[in-house]
Design a protein around this ligand. Structure first.
Ligand code: DAH
Length: 357
């Protein structure tokens, strides 16, 4: 606390004198006017009051006011210099206080994750539940139980990634491999829970494929399986058409082509109208106007046999689709490797994109 001047109206100003050293430049300018301002500054008012003071006090009071005025002037000058020095120092340090703040990346779902979630959500809305299975399988689950003949080319080392581990003994064992599709989870589901069954099964699958614009050795699939009494191909078509209309657009055209899978009979592939050219033909659909999005069919009796489901009582349908491929088709992405690169300039474009449903 600075020394007392002996005059209460002047002593009341002393705390403000002490505070000058902490003022910012705007507050400093305001305080200079409040203390020294020519009309109503506190010191000015005190000086003006000198002639009206009692005669014996006038001299000493006038001296005290002038002394206090000098101390304020010095404090204001010193604070002004200090603020100026601070300003120059930050300028020299290259600080530009007017520069906008850096954009902060808050993170977003990967476009494939988003597509998987959307697809799963559509099927959940139809009463399907979600199941998952292991990525390491025996060749019984991955092939045999799904009615692949023992010499099927898919089982070749050229296509399938086998683990360097001893085979598993027993009926459902065999060589260990990275599953080449999510279909083995059909077998696991039926072995665990008897019909009625309605599940979708998202997951990663692995193949001994090159990493090129249209292949990746690891990619996603979503399997679907519905088994109940009285299920027919009509249910399959109606459900998958509904899915395509929800996921793409309500007017997207759909077609089924006959195909072959060992675990379905009859089998089909489903195409949707090309989402980029809307059917007129473009490089993305190789001029056909159609994009293949999934394989499907009626569950083969042999699958029921391997899972002890009564094939006389129950029928079912299944499908398998590839969310990586569907993401490419939907957004017109020309090279699958873009979905694995983690390049923010690419991924950012999808961060705020619309959900379809
Ligand atoms: N598992 C097949 C594949 O990876 C896809 C598939 C086709 C799954 C037809 C199915 C199906 O469930 O019914 O190529």
């Amino acid at each position: 606390m600075p020394d007392s001047t002996g005059y209460p109206d002047l002593d009341a100003l002393l705390p403000r004198l002490g505070a000058v050293a902490r003022l910012g430049s705007d507050a400093l300018a305001a305080e200079i006017i409040a203390v020294l301002g020519r009309k109503s500054g506190a010191i000015t008012v005190a000086l003006k009051s000198v002639p009206s003071r009692p005669a014996e006090e006038r001299k000493a009071y006038g001296a005290a006011v002038n002394q206090l005025k000098a101390r304020f002037e010095e404090a204001f000058a010193r604070r002004g210099e200090a603020l100026e020095a601070e300003r120059r120092a930050s300028e020299q340090a290259g600080l530009d206080l007017t520069m906008p703040a850096r954009h902060r990346w808050v993170g977003a779902e990967h476009p494939v994750t988003r597509v998987v979630d959307e697809i799963v959500e559509i099927f959940r809305g139809l009463g399907f539940s979600v199941a998952v299975g292991p990525e390491v399988e025996t060749d019984w689950y991955n092939f045999m139980a799904l009615n692949f003949p023992a010499d099927h080319p898919a089982m070749d080392m050229h296509d399938t990634l086998y683990l360097d581990a001893p085979p598993i003994a027993g009926d459902q064992g065999g060589r260990l491999l990275l599953r080449t599709h999510t279909s083995p989870v059909q077998i696991r589901t039926l072995l665990e829970s008897p019909p009625p069954v309605r599940v979708v099964i998202p997951g990663m699958v692995y193949r001994n494929d090159p990493f090129d614009p249209s292949h990746a050795p690891a990619f996603s699939q979503i399997e679907g399986l519905a088994v109940d009494e009285g299920i027919s191909f009509v249910d399959l078509k109606a459900t998958l058409v509904h899915f395509a209309h929800r996921f793409f657009t309500p007017t997207t055209k759909v077609r089924f082509r006959p195909s072959f899978f060992p675990f379905t009979e009859p089998s089909a592939e489903m195409d949707v109208e090309c989402q980029l050219c809307h059917g007129t033909g473009c490089p993305a659909c190789k001029g056909t106007g159609w994009m293949e999005i999934l394989g499907c069919g009626m569950v083969h009796p042999s699958v029921f046999e391997h899972t002890s489901v009564d094939a006389e009582r129950y029928t079912g349908w299944a499908f398998g689709m590839g969310p990586h491929r569907i993401t490419m088709l939907r957004y017109g992405i020309p090279d699958i490797r873009l979905l694995y690169d983690g390049d923010m300039r690419f991924l950012e474009q999808f961060a705020a994109g619309p959900k379809s449903s």
